[in-house]
Write a protein that binds this ligand. Structure first.
Ligand code: SF4
Ligand code: SF4
Length: 439
């Protein structure tokens, strides 16, 4: 009875803390602009199957990709088992009805057997893979896992999260093995049945209960740790991929209000045309700080796993420039973490004297980007770095007129001469004077 009450209180506390964290994230999302129209549901669902479930981008590195895909697919089985544990806990199955060996979902029959067997095998596979990931991350010198943007606490977070998953899998196997040794009636446990052979029958119940509690409390802790970790992608990858840009990556987003101005300038007749639907009058051209961004920029930053695949394919980074697309994304998340509590309280007018540009992301980094889109193409989470970079550059260009001198000169020429060169339109054919074509 006491155990049952403790479980219910722990579950409610977990839900409460998670809801509190989620409410802050939603408040931040609400504060930001809409990125683009979120229609074409069919295409977006297709993306989920391809990029999230099919892990299509992860497989570009076949071996590591396969290892990661196994972890994801395994988690799907384990998730159902975890759901059953929570339901069991609420009903009191593991505490009061242990003698009956009852389990909430066993009525699913063969499906239940497949899920439980899949979860048991997956737990073992994930356990082995996590050990390999830990060795790879901590003992092998993988360039992708290094970079000045990764702080000591980021490395510690990555290792800690892997360790938590390792403990989750070990406790799951311990629980299953204890259950089998305790003569549990339901489910098939291919791996745990072997482990159960080493468990004395008088210790089986104790091992099952210790593992059960360890596993469920770790799940509760993990769920509330994730929003502060790079492993938040466990939750965020699905929404982030769903809300991906579906237009070609290379398409640069024009500001409709500016486009209309230019159209008017080039063609005065356009003044009499029906005006196109436009965004609201922009408060700012481009992005100076996080509140000028869209909520997709924000959820991109929450989804980043810090894997470094983007930076490893960035031509600017690979030729020694200061730019790292991973850093640009992490800068946004860190600046949001710093500023959002006050933004939520005091509104967008809050100013702490700092900004994303240039206290976090510098001029040199931003203008090193070639807009090749290799980073966005490679990112397994469909994060869109170039859009963020372009918005920051748009601010520098349009509000501070501080773009690199060649770009400033070119835009002045376009404004004055209608062409990027320094000559007036009337002089355009001067070059032909010397060709004597009229003689
Ligand atoms: S932005 Fe994407 S590719 Fe780059 S580190 Fe983050 S998850 Fe990896
Ligand atoms: S778009 Fe910019 S940041 Fe991304 S890979 Fe190309 S150069 Fe690097």
């Amino acid at each position: 009875m006491i155990a049952h009450i403790v479980f219910i209180l722990a579950t409610l506390a977990t839900i409460g803390v998670f809801a509190f964290t989620a409410s802050k994230i939603f408040a931040n999302i609400k504060m930001l602009k809409k990125p683009y129209s979120i229609s074409n549901v069919g295409e977006r669902v297709g993306l989920l199957f391809k990029v999230v479930l099919g892990q299509s981008k992860i497989f570009r590195l076949p071996l590591v990709g396969f290892m990661h895909a196994l972890v994801l697919w395994g988690f799907i089985f384990i998730l159902v088992g975890s759901l059953e544990m929570v339901l069991d806990g609420f009903i009191g199955v593991p505490f009061d009805k242990m003698a009956e060996n009852d389990r909430v979902l066993h009525f699913l029959g063969i499906v239940y057997d497949i899920i439980i067997a899949g979860g048991d095998i997956s737990a073992f596979i994930i356990l082995v893979l996590i050990i390999m990931f830990l060795v790879r991350r901590n003992l092998m010198n993988i360039k992708r896992f290094t970079g000045s943007e990764l702080r000591h606490k980021d490395h510690k977070d990555a290792t800690f999260a892997l360790f938590l998953i390792l403990m989750l899998m070990a406790s799951l196997l311990g629980m299953n093995a204890g259950y089998v040794a305790n003569k549990g009636l339901y489910g098939i446990f291919p791996v745990s049945s072997i482990i159960a052979g080493f468990i004395p029958s008088d210790a089986a119940h104790l091992i099952e209960m210790i593992s059960w509690w360890t596993h469920i409390l770790l799940i509760f802790f993990f769920a509330n740790y994730l929003p502060f970790s790079k492993h938040f992608h466990v939750f965020m990858s699905t929404p982030n991929v769903y809300f991906s840009r579906t237009e070609p990556l290379t398409k640069m987003r024009a500001m409709e209000s500016v486009t209309n101005e230019v159209k008017l300038m080039m063609d005065p007749d356009a003044a009499f045309e029906e005006p196109e639907e436009t965004d609201e009058e922009p408060e700012r051209f481009g992005m100076k700080d996080v509140e000028d961004g869209t909520w997709k920029n924000y959820i991109d930053s929450l989804t980043c796993t810090q894997c470094g695949r983007c930076t490893s394919v960035c031509p600017a980074n690979q030729t020694g420039k200061k730019l790292s697309p991973r850093k640009v994304i992490l800068d946004y998340r860190r600046r949001m973490e710093e500023k959002s509590p006050k933004l939520r309280k005091e509104g967008k007018s809050y100013d702490d004297g700092k900004a994303l540009y240039s206290d976090y992301t510098s001029f040199e980094e931003l203008w090193a980007c070639t807009t090749c889109n290799a980073c966005a193409q490679e990112c397994p989470m469909n994060i869109d770095h170039p859009s963020l970079i372009l918005e920051l550059r748009r601010y520098i260009f349009m509000e501070e007129s501080a773009a690199p001198s060649l770009i400033n000169m070119m835009s002045t020429n376009i404004e004055n001469n209608g062409a990027p060169w320094q000559y007036s339109a009337a002089d355009r054919l001067n070059w032909a004077d010397e060709l004597y074509i009229n003689e």
